[in-house]
Design a protein around this ligand. Sequence first.
Ligand code: FEO
Length: 172
Amino acid sequence: MLKENVEKALNNQIAMEGNASFFYLSMASWCEQQGLEGSSEFFYRQAEEEHEHMMRIFRYVLEMDGKAASPAISKAPDDFASIQDIFSDVYQHEQKVTQSINELVNLSAEENDHTTYQFLQWFVVEQREEETLIRSILDRLKLIGSGPQSLYFIDKEITDINRMIGDSDSSE
Ligand code: FEO
């Protein structure tokens, strides 16, 4: 049985993951419209992952005999200044998610809710990996710069990253 404040915080996290999914879907659409196929694939995949994160918490709340609420989704921005701006936005967003997960971990510890504390450890690792991945993409974008063929090289880098992520998923 979940304490009311823990259930509420988990439902807030469900909403955050759901909104992230649609935020990334919007980015996938923008990238595809710009002809950045590798980047759009990257964001379709991120959108699916965030949906999985949302469902992981949703099912956990129900498993704990709580009430999981289908979240309200805000309209995601659908226009972006550049691919560089998109990845900066993603990095900022993931940092907020990490902070929110950390607050949830703190709350579960304060409430002596060891089950939720343990459940959240998966997200702690996931956030570390997500932040590392986005930071490494930002580093590559900086190296490529914004010369005339930069978009071509950026998208090529992201295509390589998609392949790398796909390979590590299939070996799990
Ligand atoms: Fe599920 Fe990227 O936060």
